[in-house]
Design a protein around this ligand. Structure first.
Ligand code: ZN
Length: 326
């Protein structure tokens, strides 16, 4: 029996799982990331989190065969560089030597969303398909493209970055610096901008002022749901815009890649799937040519908050990935 660890490093927390050969989670651990996000500090926290998860799985460290990790970043595997992780303020971090010294085992590190998509393909909602595109919608929008069980990285490691495909020429400025990206329309950050404009510039009112007084800064999906249930006009407009953007992006993905299924996850979908899925399906069908979307699956992701950590561990478990480990 082999055992594998997966460490999901986010902007505010680190989450680790330990699995067996079958992908069953035997132990978990979670640690907060504080103000100090320099790579060495976070690597120390990753190691602490890993120790606790191994212990919670009732295993010893020498029983762990390999460690997979993820970062909210673009990662150049060939050069061993984390190119840019805006949430952690990392730029061009050389991760190979420090990680090798810390874990002293074969390891792997990649972009978090790629590994979340990888997990959904093998262990979640994508199990019965040969190719999937998984899109995770929350504050931002990330995605990963998997064919025949393999992550498609693309020439500059940016394949699958659907959040930064332009769907509105000359649209709102996006966090990436471009204008009109899907993220600036359909992610929470884009929805907040849209609603702020309606309230602050056009004098409209919203129940969010009561439900979530800080909605301009941080907007929970459950507050959005409550406002939607009460037919709050601005929230309904923002949600429709968001779903329509995702529907168009899904149609474009199908037209370009011919993918068998689109898997949708992330906070907004978890909370509002009964709104999002039917509307996205309709828009997706309308915006593909002829029978383009016929038989293409549109599914809700199944692995929730476990997806990325599970993907990290499952990636290093696969015999065919051993040559990619560091
Ligand atoms: Zn963008």
């Amino acid at each position: 029996m082999g055992y594998f660890a997966g460490i999901d490093v986010g902007g505010t927390k680190i989450y680790t799982v330990v699995i067996n050969d079958a992908g069953t989670i035997l132990g978990r651990a979670k640690i907060k990331v504080g103000q100090d996000t320099c790579f060495d500090t976070v690597l120390g926290l990753m190691n602490d989190c890993y120790h606790i998860a191994v212990n919670n799985a009732s295993l010893a460290e020498d029983q762990i065969d390999a460690v997979g990790a993820s970062a909210p970043a673009s990662v150049d595997r060939r050069r061993g560089l984390i190119l840019h992780a805006p949430n952690l303020e990392w730029k061009n971090v050389k991760f190979l030597a420090p990680m090798k010294a810390t874990f002293q085992k074969p390891f792997f590190l990649d972009n978090d969303v790629n590994l979340g998509a990888f997990a959904e393909f093998h262990l979640g909602a994508g199990k019965n398909y040969h190719s999937i595109y998984a899109m995770f919608i929350g504050t931002g929008i990330g995605g990963g493209y998997i064919i025949d069980g393999k992550i498609i990285w693309g020439v500059n490691y940016t394949a699958g970055e659907v959040g930064h495909t332009v769907i509105k020429i000359g649209g709102q400025r996006c966090s990436c610096g471009n204008r009109g990206c899907l993220e600036s329309v359909s992610a929470k950050s884009g929805m907040i901008k849209f609603m702020k404009k309606a309230v602050d510039e056009h004098g409209q009112t919203t129940l969010l002022e009561k439900l979530e007084p800080d909605w301009r800064i941080s907007l929970g999906s459950s507050a959005l749901r409550k406002a939607w249930k009460k037919h709050d006009l601005i929230v309904m407009q923002a949600l429709k815009r968001s779903a329509d953007g995702i529907g168009i992006a899904a149609a474009n993905l199908i037209s370009i890649t011919g993918v068998e299924a689109i898997i949708l996850g992330g906070g907004l979908i978890e909370e509002l799937d009964d709104f999002y899925l039917p509307r996205i399906k309709k828009v997706m069908r309308k915006n593909t040519m002829a029978n383009g979307a016929k038989g293409v699956g549109l599914r809700k992701a199944r692995l929730g908050d476990d997806a990325v950590a599970l993907g990290c561990a499952w990636f290093v478990r696969q015999p065919e990935n051993q040559e990619l480990l560091f």
